[in-house]
Write a protein that binds this ligand. Structure first.
Ligand SMILES: Nc1ncnc2c1ncn2[C@@H]1O[C@H](COP(=O)(O)OP(=O)(O)O)[C@@H](O)[C@H]1O
Ligand SMILES: [Mg+2]
Length: 362
């Protein structure tokens, strides 16, 4: 039997020589000219380049618009002051964009200084925690609005009733005033009802999502002054899903209408469906989901409303109510689904996931 001492020594040697090969963190060694001298396999995968190709390349040339400042790295070489940055956005020449946590430290070898960069991708964790945060925010905004809406709605009913009674007691000229009270009370009730959101429980039926998309496309074609092109990109193998046709139609229509409103004459809206596996929806693992994307080539969501896009009364249009997307989200949530949006000028994509089967394994 080999002695434990020997195993210890072998293991130690193995760790020293091979650990970087097993790490998911990208490890890069730079010389004092900030040229790459070593990169572990995680780096090769991240940069889609072999170590041979990377060796002696300047760090600034592997990223597009590198956010890693050469000045700071040079300072690190002289002062030894290591630094860590979270939420660093790295852009690659092939247009990929990722968010990472970056740590830079220095060491010396044969009296020559080197920099050790550790790059850990955090997109996925960030996305999940952002989703949870957004969902929480949405729930508290919804509760606040519901509470307020009820508070407004009750006295509004009394106000309208009293105006109606008064109407019978006064002269026709004075009735103009009661008519105005009734009209404005109705307008407010209508607004409050829309703020309260859909109140009926969905009526689930197993059916084909493409029939709904066809209906949405047809409804849009009736009111399409700019002649916007609708491209259908369906996955015909998608199985039937359990959903409320009216509600999903409304949710999709709100999204497509927004796209139609902002894009100009050469606009294109793509309705795309795919099967998506292994997704997480509000903490639940979903084995299979239907993914419906509504993609347009318009100007993109104004940046100042991107974070609150799905809140009620958030609108980028002067005559908007800001209720369309809030209603869509409520309807999709009623189906235990998820709605998200990525947007940049020329490409806005609303992605809806509707679960088909849940992953019940622990
Ligand atoms: N596809 C899109 N492209 C650009 N902006 C969009 C798009 N969809 C929604 N928006 C922005 O989001 C805002 C909120 O939409 P919505 O909730 O439907 O309310 P409303 O349409 O009444 O403004 C819109 O006013 C618009 O500024
Ligand atoms: Mg709208």
């Amino acid at each position: 039997m080999p002695s434990t001492k020997k195993i210890d020594a072998t293991a130690k040697l193995y760790y020293q020589q091979n650990l970087p090969n097993h790490m998911v963190t990208a490890v890069i060694v730079l010389d004092n000219q900030l040229n790459i001298q070593y990169a572990n396999p995680a780096t090769e995968a991240l940069l889609v380049k072999s170590l041979n190709k990377l060796r002696n390349q300047s760090l600034q040339h592997v990223f597009f618009n590198s956010p890693i400042s050469s000045i700071r790295l040079k300072q690190l070489l002289t002062s030894g002051q290591e630094f860590s940055d979270s939420d660093v956005v790295l852009e690659f020449f092939d247009k990929r964009i990722i968010t990472v946590e970056l740590t830079a430290s220095s060491f010396s070898l044969d009296n020559a200084p080197f920099i050790l960069l550790e790059i850990k991708q955090i997109d996925q964790q960030k996305q999940i925690s952002e989703e949870a945060f957004q969902h929480q925010q949405w729930e508290s905004a919804r509760d606040l609005i519901r509470g307020l809406a009820h508070e407004i709605k009750n006295p509004l009913g009394g106000l309208r009733g009293a105006a109606q009674l008064l109407n019978k007691e006064i002269t026709p000229e004075q009735q103009e005033y009661t008519a105005m009270i009734i009209e404005q009370a109705d307008r407010l009730t209508n607004l409050v009802d829309r703020l309260l959101g859909p109140n009926q429980l969905p009526n689930f039926n197993s059916q084909n999502i493409h029939l709904i998309l066809e209906k949405v496309a047809q409804l849009i074609s009736f009111n399409n002054p700019n002649n916007i092109k609708i491209i259908k990109d369906y996955d015909p193998s998608l199985p039937d899903i359990n959903f409320d046709a009216d509600k999903i139609q409304q949710a999709l229509l709100n999204i497509v209408s927004n796209a139609i409103q902002v894009i100009g004459e050469s606009g294109v809206v793509r309705l795309k469906t795919r099967a998506a596996s292994n997704k997480t929806i509000n903490g639940r693992r979903i084995k299979l989901a239907a993914q419906i994307s509504i993609i347009d080539n318009g100007p993109g969501i104004p940046s100042k409303i991107q974070d609150t896009l799905f809140y009620p009364m958030v609108s980028g249009r002067s005559n908007g109510t800001g209720l369309g997307l809030a209603i869509s989200q409520t309807l999709i949530n009623q189906h235990k689904g998820k709605i998200s949006c990525i947007s940049r000028p020329g490409h806005t994509e609303f992605i809806i996931l509707l679960p088909i089967s849940e992953d019940k394994t622990p």
